[in-house]
Write a protein of this length. Structure first.
Length: 349
């Protein structure tokens, strides 16, 4: 099913691609609006990078159709070569030419324009990205963040209809990665650029895209806003991909899931008496010395600065519950009370 969006920049209809017996992409359909930032996310081998290559034209689909701005570029009746698709690409390793200066790297993709026009466009994008001070330097003299910005400028110089980014921030250390990512996406949003970004990082996907597209084994599992996928996952796979959970076994009975930590109202389309698993986020459990619904005993605790994680044994529950809280408990605390926020639990059969 295609997700309808106004002013479509890209439409993918029933696209599949196999490599021998392996279905790298299987019957994928997706529609992307102009100016949208889409994050393709999933574990290694899920098909996200292959889908990016199909859009770019580096791979040819076995079945299905791909359209850019209403024009078929891949399909039974058409195939447009990659260089004629007006698509920009930022690679994981940036792929800058080491023998060219920053200015020459950016101008490289403008060979079809007149010299004067190419020079003007190069200067314009250098100013927009804010790298004028780097223009005459060579890639090996740049930091990782600077190289990423140059790669972005080079991809944007030809004014592409769509920008594809394959793990563009993964080579940066964490502190730099967050800042460079935020700056880059803010710029792309301001420019109104349509972006498809591949990442394997759940938190990066949730925080970066207008929509997140989760893939597994070549198929789209769920697509929607970051809030949709995190708060309303359609499957257990989607739930576990974006968050750690306590998984508590239970039995479904007339709209109630009965577990060792209590009974929870949850509508499910299963027969009464069916097994169900309650998914409880560590931060959905409150912990206190004197207020709560269930008694427990602290087995371990681990301080993370912004929060503290506790392992708390509850009755005859097979595994202790993981609880994350900003609340400070005495170092010698052992016996505690816990409560679970009913509206924050999920369940899957």
């Amino acid at each position: 099913m295609i997700v309808e969006t106004p002013d479509r920049a890209l439409e993918i209809c029933g696209v599949s691609r196999r490599f021998g017996p392996t279905a790298a992409v299987s019957d994928v359909s997706l529609s992307i609006g102009k100016g949208e930032i889409i994050c393709l996310v999933g574990h290694s081998g899920c098909g996200k990078s292959t889908l990016l290559r199909l859009i770019a034209g580096v791979e040819i689909p076995d079945t299905g159709r791909i359209s850019l701005n209403g024009r078929d570029v891949s399909g039974p009746a058409a195939f447009i070569e990659p260089e004629a698709r007006n698509i920009g690409f930022v690679f994981q390793d940036y792929a800058l030419f080491p023998h060219l200066t920053v200015r020459q790297n950016i101008r490289f993709g403008l060979k079809r324009r007149s010299k004067a026009e190419a020079m003007e466009r190069t200067s314009d994008v250098i100013d927009r990205i804010g790298i004028s001070h780097l223009a005459d330097r060579f890639p090996h003299t740049l930091s990782g963040g600077e190289q990423q910005r140059v790669a972005l400028a080079r991809a944007l110089a030809p004014q592409p209809d769509i920008l594809l980014m394959d793990e563009p921030f993964s080579n940066l250390d964490q502190a730099l990665r967050d800042r460079v990512r935020d700056d880059t996406l803010s710029l792309l949003k301001m420019l109104g650029t349509t972006v498809i970004m591949v990442t394997h990082d759940p938190q990066e996907a949730l925080s970066s895209g207008d929509r997140v597209v989760l893939m597994k084994e070549g198929k789209i599992v769920q697509a929607g806003s970051g809030y949709d996928l995190h708060d309303r996952p359609a499957t257990a796979y989607a739930a576990e991909f974006f968050c750690d959970f306590n998984k508590v076994p239970g039995v479904y009975d007339a709209g109630i899931i009965k577990t060792a930590i209590g009974h929870f109202a949850y509508p499910m389309i299963v027969e009464n008496g069916s097994s169900a698993v309650l998914y409880v986020r560590p931060q959905a459990i409150s912990i206190s010395l004197d207020q709560g619904d269930l008694p427990g005993r602290i087995e371990a605790r681990n301080f993370h600065g912004e929060f503290e994680q506790f392992l708390v044994r509850i009755g005859d529950l097979e595994r202790p519950l993981r609880i994350r809280t900003t609340k400070r408990l005495p170092k010698d605390a052992q016996r505690v009370l816990i409560s679970i926020a009913d509206d924050q639990v999920l369940a899957f059969s």
